[in-house]
Design a protein around this ligand. Structure first.
Ligand SMILES: Nc1ncnc2c1ncn2[C@@H]1O[C@H](COP(=O)(O)OP(=O)(O)OP(=O)(O)O)[C@@H](O)[C@H]1O
Ligand SMILES: [Mg+2]
Length: 293
């Protein structure tokens, strides 16, 4: 973040706090004095500086072990960024930090230029438009494909309110579009428990898409998929690129080869190399720690 931008944000925060005397400028993460940010308004992410996500000098230690070490990285709006690296490199921990599951010891994490993610809780970050897919699919097996997607729209509503919930026409159109995108239009009435592993993964991605996330974080999305499912997932991700920004962690190099523009290699909690897959594959340090000889 530039000094001008920091100053601009600080001024904005000061004005906000002056107008709202009850609010504190301190954050839940311990009153960080720097990096005042505009309070998040759902649907508003300022990407005028060309970044949807921005991490700078982030550090996290677990019992003295540095899992994330001076990590800096940014992602452009609409980009599909691939993250690779050896086991224990910190890839999942990085996603934990972005989504508010883990608090870093130091560093900056911004969504767009103005939203300081370290000031928000996990649930608030999800509501701002950062969707996350864990490795294991977590669809509701007893419900149909349709019901799973419908349910994704009402995660924050009380159970009784949910039962009375009816989709409006915009939501119905969205559901139809998502069904098509995730290749499950022919299985709309099928119980999710009967879907293949790959189809369950797509359904879960569909559930995230129902909330129209700006940024999607996907951790090892093709693990356990057949070759054909992996190919279809590559097509799916390529179709999402541009409309959403994506960060995809994978070990499957042929999948990475199909979908990647820029690949970031993480190792020991920081960026070891970055470039096209061909560039990072030719990097001696990457070969040494990850790809092997
Ligand atoms: N909550 C935690 N407590 C203690 N150590 C942790 C915690 N979370 C992660 N770690 C450690 O941090 C390091 C990074 O783990 P992480 O899961 O982020 O790696 P990864 O790059 O996702 O690896 P993989 O490719 O195996 O999924 C590992 O050494 C891990 O054991
Ligand atoms: Mg991991």
């Amino acid at each position: 973040m530039t000094p001008e931008l920091m100053e601009q944000n600080a001024r904005h925060a000061e004005r906000y706090l002056a107008a709202h005397p009850g609010k504190s400028g301190n954050t839940e993460s311990g009153g960080r004095e720097a990096a005042f940010s505009r309070l998040a308004i759902p649907g508003e992410v300022d990407t005028t500086h060309g970044r949807i996500l921005y991490l700078e000098d982030v550090n996290v230690s677990f019992d003295g072990f540095k899992a994330i070490n001076q990590l800096s990285l940014d992602i452009a709006p609409g980009e599909l960024r691939c993250i690779i690296g050896p086991n224990g490199a910190g890839k999942t921990t990085m996603m934990d930090i972005i989504t508010g599951k883990t608090r870093p010891d130091s560093g900056q994490v911004f969504f767009g230029s103005t939203i300081d993610l370290l000031r928000y809780k996990e649930s608030e970050i999800a509501q701002m438009g950062i969707g996350r897919k864990f490795q294991k699919p977590t669809v509701f097996e007893q419900l149909t494909v349709f019901e799973n997607l419908e349910l994704a729209l009402k995660t924050n509503k009380a159970v009784t309110a949910s039962m009375l919930f009816k989709l409006d026409s915009t939501q119905s159109d969205r559901l139809a579009e998502v069904l098509h995108t995730i290749h499950l239009a022919d299985s709309v009435s099928r119980q999710a428990g009967y879907l293949s592993h790959g189809q369950k993964q797509w359904l879960e991605i569909g559930m995230l898409l129902m909330q129209d996330p700006k940024l999607l974080l996907l951790d090892e999305p093709v693990a356990g998929m057949t070759d054909e499912e992996t190919e279809r997932t590559a097509e799916l991700f390529l179709s999402l690129k541009g409309k959403h920004s994506l960060m995809v962690v994978e070990h499957d190099m042929s999948f990475i080869n199909t979908i990647s523009d820029i690949v970031t290699v993480l190792c020991d909690g920081s960026v070891l190399a970055q470039g096209t897959l061909a560039q990072v594959q030719a990097d001696e340090r990457v070969i040494e720690v990850y790809l092997g000889r």
